[in-house]
Design a binder for this molecule. Structure first.
Ligand SMILES: *[C@@H]1O[C@H](CO)[C@@H](O)[C@H](O)[C@H]1NC(C)=O
Ligand SMILES: *[C@@H]1O[C@H](CO)[C@@H](O)[C@H](O)[C@H]1NC(C)=O
Ligand SMILES: *[C@@H]1O[C@H](CO)[C@@H](O)[C@H](O)[C@H]1NC(C)=O
Length: 287
């Protein structure tokens, strides 16, 4: 037997051993990095590290704002969808809960007509929605003429009011809120996360007609600030994606679903749709 060949063999063997050790140690180091650094659900069982994790993550996941102060009425901003035609007869619904100079928000009108002026202090201030008819001419096959204007309300509301906002509440002009109860409900949720809160309709056929998994505008629904910001950053693109949906609340639900967020149901939001059974009957009899 050739001794030099034996030495060569031993040498190969020890190199392989070193390589294996190296891989083992590297693997162990990578594993430690993996369980210590990322906020991965895999590792929640590693309780010995849980006290380290908040510190390691604190610079990019600053939630101190959430824990430091509780939600109050000034953190809520309301967007009330209306029109010149309906505001005159429905404004008393809004004025029953609106607290001038305390509640924040706007009524969105299509235009202002003389018989609404002078605008009273008991009503929320108004915004005339931007005229986008020409921009969306090719994308507007909605059965309700003002669907796109109402969907864009969240964008115009966000542009008008975005300092110290935790929650945006979208509603109709005949929605009645118990604002203190609403504040109490929203207090349960982390406004720094994506939340879409509301309830489906109490009229069964309305859910068939629209969706079972959406917050109906008639009862009001809520978007957290970060979700609203994400939604408005690409809202026009989303409006073009859904040219035929019936209501603006269904459009918002679809755009929110595209961001991977589903409805968080809260039973305190109530919506009934009296004409819905007839709409279903009408459309079915025409099929
Ligand atoms: C977290 O946010 C609060 C205020 O929202 C700020 O005072 C604090 O410095 C922030 N902490 C870090 C680590 O960024
Ligand atoms: C609401 O909370 C903010 C802190 O985020 C505070 O500055 C403000 O005074 C509070 N307002 C009321 C009416 O409690
Ligand atoms: C609200 O504020 C305006 C001016 O800031 C004031 O003229 C008005 O009287 C206030 N309204 C109430 C109900 O306090």
């Amino acid at each position: 037997m050739d001794p030099s060949r034996n030495i060569q063999k031993n040498h190969n063997f020890s190199a392989a051993k070193h390589f294996c050790n190296f891989i083992l140690i590297l693997g162990f180091i990578l594993y430690l990095i993996y369980i210590l650094l990322p906020n991965h659900p895999c590792c929640y069982s590693f309780t010995i590290f849980t006290h380290l994790r908040p510190k390691l993550l604190s610079h990019n996941n600053n939630n101190s704002n959430y824990h430091s102060s509780s939600t109050n009425i000034t953190h809520l901003v309301f967007g009330i969808a209306s029109s010149t035609r309906t505001w005159r007869i429905k404004k008393s619904y809004t004025e029953s809960w609106w607290q001038p100079n305390i509640t924040r928000g706007y009524v969105f009108l299509d235009k202002i007509s003389g018989n609404l002026l002078p605008w009273p202090n008991s009503s929320p201030p108004f915004i005339i929605s931007k005229d986008t008819n020409s921009k969306y001419k090719n994308y507007d096959k909605h059965p309700i003429p003002q669907t796109i204007r109402m969907t864009r309300m969240i964008l115009e509301l966000f542009e008008a009011e975005n300092e110290d906002v935790r929650w945006y509440i979208l509603s109709d002009d005949d929605t009645v809120f118990f604002v203190n109860n609403l504040v109490e409900v929203l207090e349960k949720y982390d406004h720094n996360k994506y939340f879409y809160i509301g309830m489906n309709s109490e009229t069964f056929s309305a859910n068939i007609f629209h969706s079972f998994d959406m917050g109906f505008g008639g009862g009001g629904f809520v978007l957290s600030y970060p979700l609203a910001r994400a939604l408005v950053s690409n809202l026009d693109l989303c409006i073009k994606r859904y040219p035929t949906l019936y209501g603006s609340d269904h459009m918002v639900q679809s755009c929110v679903a595209d961001l991977g967020v589903s409805l968080t149901p809260e039973k305190g939001f109530h919506q009934v749709c009296l004409p819905c059974p007839f709409i279903i009957l009408y459309t079915q009899s025409h099929l």
